[in-house]
Design a protein around this ligand. Structure first.
Ligand code: SAH
Ligand code: SF4
Length: 455
């Protein structure tokens, strides 16, 4: 029988110091494993939990329906009138513990974008962002608290990795978004969650088991899961090649986004340190394999950085790599992050880059910059409830809509130690032997932060 534990196998597990050495964190206060939640478990495993509590197995389905169909919050126990009163407490304690507490919520775009900073039971911080569009509603979720990949243009990468999130901690961000939309807490009237993008904090494929289990939970029909269409799900990766290959074999028809940012290894080594482990050619070969196996177009993400990677020669080189492939390019004008002097390409530069790609027959879109003023756009998530955006004076139009606790009491989960070296992350070796990369570590010189307990 599968042990019924949360599926994040190594919330603070082995990490790489960038030298290929596996080191184990010795924390003075080891983060607690997230409590088991029904979203960590298969339907059968939940039923076993109910039986172990002396309840009929179908009680687990009832609780699952409250969660995935009625979108009931963990503390709305009064709504669960179909559960006998004496069984309610034990069932909810065993299957529906509260995993995430909102630490701060900000909204912008006239209330159509909302970012929530969450605090886990062990004090780790993470963020998710809900974005409402005329034709869809998207939630951008975190797969890790922090990230160990050290991309120098990304705020998340500057803080290092705290820990992997469990399956349920990921699913909970999505269920919360579905609830917010159902209850019309966001501007724009009644809406339904249609898209989930794994583009928040963390490298999803470095937390492979929990992320793929979360995807399964999100697309399984109730009471097993939330019943979203797999077509609305996108997993974005920095290019962990063995894990990309493994994902292709999972039979999950999700869209794969590959964060390329440069067509040449020389520049990509600098922008995406893990490129020294898996260079452009290997990353793209794995992307084309994914496209072939799944029949799905791969999205090539490219942040346009002024004077760094936005020259027309690189647009040409990119077009050459992508010609004839099942791919499209998604350009992201660089979002500003604290401590980085890089800027987004000027509009004329962006237009020239787009023009050249399109002239060469490459499908190209430019991503909007939703949430910039509340530091909710791509690469700006740093789970800093005290307000990175506020300090930078970029939050004039940002309106805190709720605050579960005094925001000033919250301190950043990471100490903001800069990534000092662009060395490769080499903790992916184990993927090649068939095991996923879990809790891939920080780049050399960047301490991996133990989860600081913030309470
Ligand atoms: N770790 C994964 C997913 C999270 S990052 C990945 O890197 O793909 C989501 C996207 O935001 C990635 O394409 C990433 O390259 C991009 N990104 C990071 N920092 C950015 C910034 N400052 N401006 C624009 N895009 C950024
Ligand atoms: Fe991590 Fe992605 Fe940011 Fe790189 S861009 S540091 S992989 S979250």
């Amino acid at each position: 029988m599968t042990p019924m534990t949360a599926e994040s196998e190594s919330p603070d597990g082995p990490v790489s110091a960038g030298t290929g050495r596996q080191v184990r964190l010795s924390l003075t206060r080891r983060p607690a494993r997230p409590a088991r939640h029904l979203a960590d478990l298969s339907r059968d495993e939940r039923r076993e939990v109910a039986v172990s509590l002396g309840q009929p197995a179908f009680r687990a389905d009832q609780v699952s329906r409250h969660y995935f169909v009625r979108l009931v919050d963990a503390d709305e126990t009064d709504a669960m009138t179909d559960l006998p009163e004496d069984a309610r407490g034990p069932l909810l304690e065993a299957l529906l513990p509260r995993l995430l507490v909102p630490a701060r919520t900000l909204s912008c775009d006239d209330g159509l974008t909302r970012k929530t900073a969450w605090r886990t039971a062990d004090g780790a911080l993470l963020e998710s962002v809900i974005m409402r569009y005329p034709d869809r509603a998207t939630v951008c979720v975190s797969s890790q608290a922090g990230c160990g990949m050290g991309c120098p243009f990304c705020a998340t990468g500057q803080g290092g990795l705290t820990r992997n999130l469990s399956t349920a901690e990921i699913v909970e961000q999505v269920v919360h978004a579905a609830r917010v939309l159902r209850r019309q807490e966001l501007a724009g009237g009644a809406g339904r969650l249609s898209n989930v993008v794994f583009m928040g904090m963390g490298e999803p494929l470095a937390n492979y088991t929990a992320v793929t289990a979360a995807v399964r939970r999100l697309i399984s029909p109730p009471p097993e899961g939330l019943g979203l269409s797999a077509r609305g799900l996108t997993v974005s990766t920095v290019g962990l090649v063995p894990a990309m290959r493994r994902l292709a074999g999972e039979g999950l028809p999700v869209t794969l986004a590959v964060s390329l940012h440069a067509p040449d290894d020389e520049l990509r080594d600098e922008l995406v340190p893990v490129n020294t482990r898996w260079p452009v050619a290997e990353v793209l070969a794995a992307a084309w394999e994914y496209a072939e196996v799944t029949g799905r177009r791969v999205s090539i993400e490219y942040a346009l950085i002024d004077g760094v990677n936005d020259d027309v020669a690189r647009a040409d080189a990119l077009a050459t790599l992508l010609t004839g492939r099942l791919a499209h390019v998604n350009l992201i004008p660089l979002n500003p992050t604290e401590g980085s002097s890089w800027q987004a390409s000027a509009p004329a530069g962006q237009r020239a880059f787009v023009r050249r790609l399109r002239e060469r027959g490459i499908a190209t879109t430019v991503r909007d910059t939703r949430g910039r003023e509340i530091a909710a756009a791509c690469g700006q998530l740093a789970a800093e409830p005290a307000g990175r955006a506020g300090r930078a004076g970029r939050a004039e139009s940002a309106r805190p809509v709720e605050s579960a606790e005094p925001v000033t009491s919250a301190e950043p989960v990471t100490s903001g130690v800069p990534v000092t070296s662009g060395k490769p992350v080499s903790s992916g070796e184990s993927v090649e032997s068939g095991k996923p990369v879990e809790a891939a570590g920080a780049v050399s010189g960047s301490p991996v932060h133990g989860s600081r307990v913030l309470r």
